[in-house]
Design a protein around this ligand. Structure first.
Ligand SMILES: [Zn+2]
Length: 334
């Protein structure tokens, strides 16, 4: 099982750096708007810290905003998945061809024994080029490896051990992928929500500042940001999409019994806040799929943990339909 970091975790192209730099500017903008020193430091530590890596860094690396919006989720297993990588990473694995990536030509396994490396062969301007696993982040555009490309290697890959998978963890699942501008916009949206809800910053002030920063981006001057998808209404940004309550509402009014603490090993740092009903989790209003990019500023929000868990992998609409059914089944309609 691949248990280590993604193979090129510390390698960024100049293009990658520019995108992360823009997220850093958004984070700084918010930090500079927070007047209280303790609050400023808290925002930096919890949310705004930036790690110039593909996987958001380890331990004291990037903050929650970076991990949630610009990095894919941690994945491990007997597969070429990166254990976190940039969402605009150019190599994806998919079950079916996707419109936003070209197909690779083929995969070769080069090297012997513990030195075996997956090499992805792609066509660039009609010419074949080889990209071994530690170089795929340099692909000039997005490519997809499909089931047919793995067929001839299945019998070999079946026997690969942890070490081999770890040194070949270099691709991201298609449904986690997005374009670079989606990463920046989702970073901006969640940053505005957090700033308003947890750090008492005036919504209009920070919204105006952040959108101005997006307008001024120089990564691709042909592209106008914020995009048409970027939300404009305060309620749409700072509320949990499921219960519609503000993110800062911790849902305590729905808990009738006092929560009795459970035993925690005293020698381990406690992760209790992760488990609170009202703690925020990244939520996709429409679940992620392979066939189209859905990690975008119109679907990515923070929601309460309780609400997010209730959705599992369903759309918001399906979730509400199901809840309506449950309420009826219990005769709770007043
Ligand atoms: Zn909620």
């Amino acid at each position: 099982m691949a248990t280590g970091r993604t193979i090129s975790a510390s390698f960024l192209t100049d293009f990658d750096k520019k995108i992360i730099e823009t997220c850093n500017e958004i984070s700084d903008l918010i930090k500079n708007t927070i007047e209280d020193k303790t609050q400023k430091a808290d925002f930096h530590k919890q949310y705004g810290k930036i790690s110039y890596t593909r996987d958001g860094g380890l331990g004291l690396g990037g903050g929650k905003l970076q991990r949630d919006t610009i990095c894919t989720r941690g994945r491990q297993g007997k597969a070429p998945y990166s254990n976190r990588n940039l969402r605009w990473h150019p190599l994806i694995v998919a079950e079916q061809p996707v419109s936003y990536a070209k197909e690779i030509e083929r995969i070769e396994i080069q090297g012997e024994d513990d030195e075996q490396v997956l090499v992805y062969i792609v066509k660039i301007n009609g010419k074949e080029q080889e990209f071994p696993s530690d170089k795929v982040h340099e692909l000039p555009e997005r490519f997809a490896a499909l089931p047919k490309h793995w067929i001839e290697h299945i019998d070999t890959l079946k026997h690969w051990n942890d070490t081999l998978w770890t040194q070949n963890s270099c691709a991201i699942p298609a449904y986690e992928a997005c374009d670079w501008q989606d990463s920046i916009e989702t970073y901006a949206i969640l940053a505005i929500a957090v700033a308003t809800e947890y750090y008492n910053i005036d919504f209009k002030t920070i919204y105006t500042k952040v959108t101005q920063l997006l307008k001024d981006q120089k990564i691709d001057i042909k592209l106008t940001l914020p995009s048409k998808l970027f939300p404009t209404q305060k309620q749409d940004i700072i509320s949990c999409p499921v219960c519609k309550l503000p993110l800062s509402n911790d849902l305590q009014q729905f808990r009738t019994d006092e929560r009795i603490p459970t035993w925690q090993p005293a020698w381990r740092p406690s992760k209790k806040t992760e488990g609170n009903d009202g703690s925020n989790q990244i939520l996709h209003v429409n679940p992620l799929v392979e066939t189209e990019i859905r990690h975008k500023s119109n679907t990515v929000r923070y929601g309460h943990r309780w609400c997010n868990v209730a959705m599992t992998d369903h759309s918001l609409k399906e979730t509400i339909d199901f809840m309506e059914f449950i309420v009826k089944a219990h005769n709770r309609i007043k």
